[in-house]
Ligand binder design. Structure first.
Ligand code: ZN
Length: 415
């Protein structure tokens, strides 16, 4: 059984990763022709396995292997094939290759799954392109809004609706089509952290996905002045204000961790290097973004208050003005403990003892859980982080996880 899983994983990773803008790394923007081409690889492989391929109005791909009980809720297994710019070889791709390998294992064994197995390849999971979380999965679940269809892509400036149309989708129907009925969703994905690699463990079961609270387009406005001429007391220095904010939020983060809360604080962009900035000028402006993450919505709400309070204090002390722009959020999400237990049991039968952990990054599995599905993730050991060309993973770990999923899915019926 492992041979067909390994062959499928290796071949699919190769075929999908051959489709990319030029390097370094791999680039397939959301709703780009390259993402569509990667989806066609899955369609081609699914057809070869005898699966039935369909696409919805948002161009999510579903490849269905009939189960023994056609009327019971299906088991969807999958991930996404878009990437960030100059991303890695595994974020998304590993989960899709694993899902196809699982279907191939069932086909080869001659034993159908207990219920329909649906390889599910979502669109536009990476929210760097459109400022909208989980576009494809939320479209399939009837949760995308008309306003979100008007969001513009960061590189082209064209709307989501326009890009969906260009790739052959039906944006108007997304808002009116019947959403997928609640079923079960399993997503294999690289960890995007070093917990499993440091512990020497091949895979883990994920119990929950952290939520996020972001100010993506924030700015501190000060006053441009001569660096030699302007007295300290008269300055409105945006960079000193930025430094105060970062130090204050680092201290608050440390306090939250000591109080036992789950929290991550990141200033992913701090820009004091526009053409206006120069060594002889008191900086009149800093653009930045901030990303707060936690498994607890109360912690996010409290930290938002802390952030606003610190900003107000710095405005007064430094004579600057904060313009935070729009806030965006994703909700912290609990995943299915029951589905996780089944996978952990099947893994133990193969000699593994997967730990239970949280996901720091957002994933489609969260969108399915929020729509009432039994949804769970399996994390794969990886190294060199994620969203960069050096993202590392051992395909053997993916093979081991798919083997465990095969055991778990065989045991799932109508319950
Ligand atoms: Zn991903």
């Amino acid at each position: 059984m492992s041979d067909i899983i390994k062959d499928t994983v290796d071949r699919l990773l190769d075929r999908v990763n051959a489709i990319s803008e030029s390097g370094p790394g791999f680039t397939r923007p959301s709703y780009s022709p390259l993402e569509s081409q990667a989806h066609r690889v899955i369609e081609d492989e699914a057809n070869a396995l005898g699966l039935t391929v369909t696409r919805d109005a948002a161009l999510n791909l579903f490849a269905r292997l009939p189960g023994r009980d056609r009327n019971a809720p299906a088991i969807h297994v999958g991930s996404h094939l878009d990437t960030v710019a100059m991303g890695g070889a595994y974020d998304g791709q590993a989960g899709v290759a694993g899902a196809m390998a699982l279907a191939a294992a069932f086909v080869e064994s001659g034993e159908p799954p207990p219920v329909d197995l649906v390889v599910t390849v979502t669109r536009a999971e990476e929210s760097v392109w459109f400022p909208v979380s989980y576009v494809g999965s939320r479209a399939a679940l009837g949760r995308l809004t008309p306003a979100e269809l008007q969001a513009t892509r960061s590189d082209t400036g064209r709307t989501l609706q326009d890009h969906i149309l260009s790739e052959g989708g039906r944006p108007d129907d997304i808002l009116t089509d019947t959403p997928l009925a609640p079923a079960r969703f399993i997503e294999l994905h690289i960890e995007q952290g070093d917990v499993l690699n440091n512990a020497g463990e091949p895979f883990a079961v994920v119990d929950g996905v952290r939520g996020g609270l972001r100010y993506r387009q924030a700015r501190i406005n000060g006053t441009w002045a001569h660096s030699g001429g302007q007295a300290r007391s008269e300055r409105s220095d945006a960079v000193f204000a930025m430094a105060d904010l970062i130090v204050a939020m680092d201290r608050r983060w440390d306090e939250a961790l000591h109080a036992g809360h789950d929290l991550a604080v990141t200033f992913g962009r701090v820009d004091a290097a526009t053409s206006e900035h120069a060594f002889a000028k008191v900086p009149g402006r800093v653009d930045f973004c901030v990303d707060l993450r936690s498994d607890d919505i109360a912690v996010l709400d409290r930290m938002d208050g802390v952030f606003l309070g610190e900003s107000a204090a710095i405005e007064a002390a430094r004579h600057v003005r904060f313009d935070l722009g729009l806030q965006s959020r994703s909700q912290p999400t609990k995943l299915s403990a029951a589905l996780g237990d089944r996978i952990a049991d099947a893994a133990r039968a193969l000699g593994h003892t997967p730990r239970r952990m949280l996901s720091g990054g957002g994933h489609d599995a969260a969108a399915f859980a929020q729509a009432g599905w039994d949804s769970v993730m399996v994390f794969l050991r990886n190294w060199n982080g994620s969203h960069n060309p050096d993202e590392g993973m051992d395909p053997a770990d993916l093979v081991a996880a798919v083997d465990a999923l095969h055991g778990a899915v065989r045991g799932m019926g109508r319950e």
